[in-house]
Design a protein around this ligand. Structure first.
Ligand code: PHE
Length: 448
């Protein structure tokens, strides 16, 4: 694979893979999903999922990627040229395109809120009018489609430029900036009056409220946040050099990702409770609360603008990885040029993104689909983020555990890593613990 573009350095992989992992999933999806699922209880099962299944699957995906040097379809094929395992790869490619479609809509929201911030619109936002302002904003279909298209255009632009010139360069500079702003917001939020009620909601679990729904949401969020189960990490792993320490690189990625999600919770919940707002308001949650915080903070315009700008960029480093999977597939398997592949896949995502946008317009059909009783966007998020990623991760673990075999995977991992202290736990997790837990969670959800 001498000709395949590689990351410039290990820190390049860590930053790009954390760029993929850290995004709207941490700052937008984690808080509202935790808010809907009782806060602390969700946090607990989220952390368990990361440690018991997330990190082991992350190592498995990345090592499969590096070993094969391929996109997800090519990776399964390179180990099992015959048979149906490549379908798991195709499933991942499709999942990526679908997640990209609605993820880009939310990224469009952040773009719109960046504009609101920089033009001083946050100044007049209060806990009383924030929800209405959001509803009007998200309900403006023409503008939303424009924002969605802008964001996908940006993603296509970065992906067309290739791995180390495009993705790595952007991730390198911007991720640390976001982190510093989050710390600032943390201090602001914790110093608000009534913050302690938010902390209690976030940290004190009430086990009497436990349901299978909470556990599947927590597991789905763990996969979503670590970009697992659809081959993003196979693809990124394929650009990782052989002499890099794969275990420490992936462990850093999981650590950053989890840390930032936890941090986001420490910012959002104290703020929500201090404003007397409800944590259970769904996808609009951070868009309703953060402008109110910025409105009441010295330098709010500057910090608010910077925050939404960096959030856009964090979203971009994630959409780039979503698009990169199908693009790498187009390049490797269909022999398309990088540009052509990125354009075709991006256009498909735009098409699928439009019905998600319509879920926020005043159109009853898309707001409440018949039979399932949820919005088109809600259904997409459930199907692709929670279910498809869990199923993808399940098959990946089975593939690495039994087809490629953990002993072979461990040989790949050992290149550049040397002794892997948790090799035993890792093998058990990939072969037994991970698959069993995923099956149990899915089953408890479907047969409740
Ligand atoms: N992990 C990204 C986030 O948390 C989303 C993502 C999911 C990216 C799956 C790639 C693959 O924002």
């Amino acid at each position: 694979m001498a000709t395949r573009d590689k990351w410039g350095s290990k820190i390049g992989f860590i930053l790009a893979a954390s760029g993929s992992a850290v995004g709207l999933g941490n700052i937008w999806r984690f808080p509202y999903t935790a808010g809907k699922n009782g806060g602390a209880l969700f946090l607990l099962f989220y952390l368990i999922s990361i440690l018991m299944i997330g990190l082991p699957v992350l190592i498995a995906e990345t090592s499969l990627g590096r070993f094969s040097g391929k996109n997800p379809v090519g990776a399964f094929k390179s180990i099992r040229p015959k048979g149906q395992w490549k379908l798991v790869g195709y499933f991942g490619v499709i999942t990526g395109v679908m997640i990209l479609s609605f993820y880009s809509m939310i990224a469009g929201w952040t773009l719109g809120y960046f504009y609101k911030a920089i033009t001083g619109k946050f100044k007049t936002m209060t806990s009383a009018n924030a929800e209405q302002i959001f509803t009007n904003f998200a309900g403006n279909t023409a503008m939303q489609i424009f924002l969605l298209a802008c964001f996908l255009g940006l993603t296509i632009f970065v992906v067309s430029r290739g791995v180390s010139a495009g993705i790595e360069k952007y991730a390198r500079v911007l991720m640390p900036g976001l982190f510093i702003l989050l710390l600032l917001l943390l201090f602001r939020s914790l110093s608000l009056e009534g913050a302690s009620k938010g902390l209690e909601f976030y940290l004190k679990p009430d086990f009497s409220k436990l349901t299978p729904g909470i556990i599947i949401d927590a597991m789905g969020q763990a996969f979503f946040s670590l970009s697992l189960g659809m081959g993003a990490m196979i693809t990124y792993g394929s650009y990782l050099k052989n002499d890099e320490n794969l275990v420490s690189a992936t462990a850093w990625v999981a650590f950053f990702d989890t840390f930032i999600a936890i941090l986001a919770g420490f910012i959002i919940f104290p703020a929500i409770f201090s404003q007397g707002m409800s944590p259970d308001q769904g996808p609009a949650l951070v868009f309703n609360i953060l402008p109110v915080i910025f409105a009441n903070m010295p330098g709010g315009i500057v910090f608010g603008s910077l925050f939404f700008l960096l959030l856009c960029i964090a979203a971009l480093t994630s959409t780039v990885s979503l698009l990169e999977v199908a693009t790498a597939y187009g390049i490797d398997e269909k022999k398309w040029s990088r540009k052509k592949a990125a354009l075709i896949v991006g256009a498909l995502s735009l098409l699928f993104g439009i019905p998600s946008v319509l879920s926020y317009a005043d159109i009853p059909f898309f707001q409440k689909l018949p039979l399932v009783n949820m919005s088109f966007f809600g259904l997409m998020d459930l199907l692709w983020s929670n279910l498809a990623l869990s199923i993808g991760a399940l098959f990946l673990a089975i593939f690495v555990g039994y087809v490629w075999k953990t002993s072979n995977a461990l040989k790949e991992i050992a290149k550049g890593t040397g002794k892997f202290k948790f090799a035993k736990f890792w093998s058990i997790s990939v072969k037994f613990l991970g698959p069993l837990l995923i099956i149990a969670v899915l089953a408890s959800y479907f047969f409740k």
